[in-house]
Structures are given as C-alpha cells and as structure tokens.
Design a protein around this ligand. Structure first.
Ligand code: SF4
Ligand code: SF4
Ligand code: SF4
Length: 333
C-alpha cells in the first residue's frame, strides 16, 4: 500500500507524475528548459521512409541516363530507373534522421509504460556514463509516454549495452538482463545504399557490432562480399549505425513491428526483403550487364548525392569478428 504525504495528500508516485507534468508544460513553452526533453523525430505514418533518385533540374544527369534508357517517370517526376525492376524508380532508404524510431532502452519489460514512473534515473545514468543514448519523451509523443525514456539518435549516440540504466531503474520497468538477451530493435541494411552490395568492399558495420560474429552473415560471389543482418541475433543497439560510411547510414535499426512491415513488402516492390536480395544475387550471376548498371547507378547516388566517408570503411575482420559458419558461397540462394 502506498503512503500518502500528510502535507499534499499525494502518494510518492502521484507526486512524481505531477512534477513531470509541470516540468513538461514548462519544457513545451521553453524548449530544452528541462534536461533530457527533446523534440521527437518527425515521421509520417506512411511509406515516406524512401526517396527516389530524382532527376529534376539536373540536365546533365537527365541527358546521361536518357541516353542509356534509364529514365522513368513516377508521379510526374523524372527519376533514374531500377535496372532490375523495369519502369520503377531506384529508391533508397532516407537518411537516418528521417528514418528513426523511438526505441526503448535495453531490458524494457512488456508492460514498460505501466511500470515506468518517469523518474528519469535511466536518462541520468546514461548521461553520466557519457553515452547520451537516452532522451526523455516530450508531450508531443503523447501523455502516456511523456517523460519516459527513448533511444532514437543512434547515428550520434548508439546504445553501448553498458546496461547501467537497467541497474538504476527503481520499478523493474527496465530489467537487469544479460546483454545477449537484449532486443531493442532490428538492424536492416539497404542493399542499394550499402557499399558492399554495390561492388565495394566494406565490413564496418560487422566490425562495430559487439556480436558481429553471430549477427552478420556474408555471401560472397564474383561481385564481392555482401553483408546482411541475422534478425534473430541482432540486439538493436545501433552501434553499427554510425560505423557505416554512407551519408545518413545504409543500416538503420527499426522497431520489431516496423521491421516486419518493411521486409514483407520491401521498398513497395511487392517483394520481400529476402526476395529482393535474391534478385540482386541472381542478376549478378545471370545478367552482368544489368548488374553492372545497377551498381553504377547506386555508386553515382552514394558518391554524389548521399556522400561516403571512405576513411570509415573497414575491410578486414579479425578472428573474433567473424564466424566461418556465417560465410557462405552464393549458389543460387
Ligand atoms: S545500456 Fe548504457 S548506453 Fe544503453 S541506454 Fe542504457 S545506459 Fe545508455
Ligand atoms: S547489427 Fe547493429 S544493432 Fe544489431 S547487435 Fe549488431 S551493432 Fe547492434
Ligand atoms: S557499414 Fe554500411 S556500407 Fe559498410 S557493409 Fe555495413 S551497411 Fe554496408
């Protein structure tokens, strides 16, 4: 039974919640007045997480791709065609800032929002550790989430899985669990943005992953070593996100429901993520002309639109980074 204060007649929990409401009201009127409250990412609820390779206003590129027969029109706009999908624009996952989702810290229980009393201790623990992975949800995210922790700036502040936040949670809303059991989300690589899927050599995400040898799978063929994430093994910590050399990162961490939704109909092609990867691999094996143009178009986009930090590219993996059983030679997969 919770004790009520004689002075104000509130339980400690009610008192804390009232304090959070007052602080939130102040934070809304004076941004950043209260430490930890930040604006949530602005996301639409539709499929706006992709951007086409638009050619609007770029006369040189239009002439170049028109001469090659790789220009299509969608919604009245000219874009570069996907050589693997006739009459479809080449589309890419938007930069991380436009494709980020608030995730719960590690160890979050199923009834997290009921248990969390919005005390902010996890936020302070994370900040004191110097990781700054946690922010506190603002009123714009809904009253039921107000003041609760969210991890969604992984391109700057991924979760290091230090697990300190779970140790200070007074209600067990964040449970102390082994790092191996963490499931914050699932990382997904966009093969059209990934250097390793476009004739380049890159294993930076696998190298940055604390569970690299278990989580990453590699398929190699004449076109290089292609990297993918094993969804069952990924913890969703996001350490791979800033390691990626592609502008806005080619690897993003998604909540489980969004991950499922996205892989079912990848890039609105009507194909699953697995089928989309299979199509790329089959094209590389059977149609080098199309595969070459696919890689050339993507390389143009990566280098000239999104940008690539070549000094970030890691091509070597140590013995602890790689498990030989996760490497397979592609044979009609
Ligand atoms: S595990 Fe560490 S880095 Fe991750 S959210 Fe908790 S305190 Fe922050
Ligand atoms: S793939 Fe990325 S998100 Fe998943 S465990 Fe590895 S570093 Fe963390
Ligand atoms: S770090 Fe980025 S470019 Fe490199 S393999 Fe991973 S997703 Fe691809």
């Amino acid at each position: 039974m919770s004790r009520r204060s004689e002075r104000c007649g509130l339980t400690r929990r009610e008192f804390l919640q009232a304090g959070i409401l007052v602080a939130a009201a102040a934070a809304v009127s004076t941004p950043r007045l209260v430490a930890g409250f930040e604006a949530p990412p602005s996301l639409d609820n539709n499929d706006s997480y992709y951007e086409p390779f638009l050619l609007e206003g770029d006369e040189d590129r239009i002439a170049y791709y028109e001469a090659l027969g790789f220009v299509v029109e969608e919604n009245g706009k000219k874009c570069v065609a996907n050589p693997l999908l006739p009459n479809k624009c080449m589309v890419y996952t938007k930069p991380y800032r436009d494709d980020r989702f608030p995730l719960l810290p590690p160890g979050a229980t199923e009834d997290f929002y009921r248990r969390c009393i919005r005390c902010g201790l996890c936020y302070f623990a994370c900040s004191y550790m110097g990781y700054h992975a946690i922010r506190l949800a603002s009123l714009r995210e809904g009253l039921h989430k107000l003041g609760s922790p969210a991890v969604d700036n992984m391109i700057t502040y991924p979760c290091t899985l230090c697990m300190e936040c779970t140790k200070v949670c007074p209600t067990g809303a964040l449970k102390e669990i082994p790092k191996e059991d963490v499931k914050m989300g699932i990382a997904l690589i966009d093969p059209d943005l990934c250097w390793a899927w476009n004739s380049g050599d890159c294993k930076s995400c696998a190298k940055a992953c604390p569970f690299g040898s278990e989580v990453f799978e590699f398929t190699f063929n004449e076109w290089g070593v292609h990297t993918r994430v094993n969804a069952d093994k990924c913890k969703g910590c996001g350490l791979c996100v800033p390691a990626c050399p592609i502008g806005g990162s080619a690897i993003h961490v998604l909540p489980l429901d969004e991950y499922e939704r996205r892989i079912r109909n990848y890039k609105n092609t009507g194909m699953s993520y697995d089928d989309y990867l299979r199509l790329i691999l089959e094209t590389e094996r059977n149609d080098p002309f199309k595969a070459t143009w696919r890689a050339a178009i993507n390389t143009d986009y990566i280098q000239n639109v999104r940008g690539i930090e070549e000094e970030k590219i890691a091509t070597e993996l140590g013995a602890s980074d790689i498990n030989v059983t996760s490497v397979r030679r592609h044979k009609g997969d």
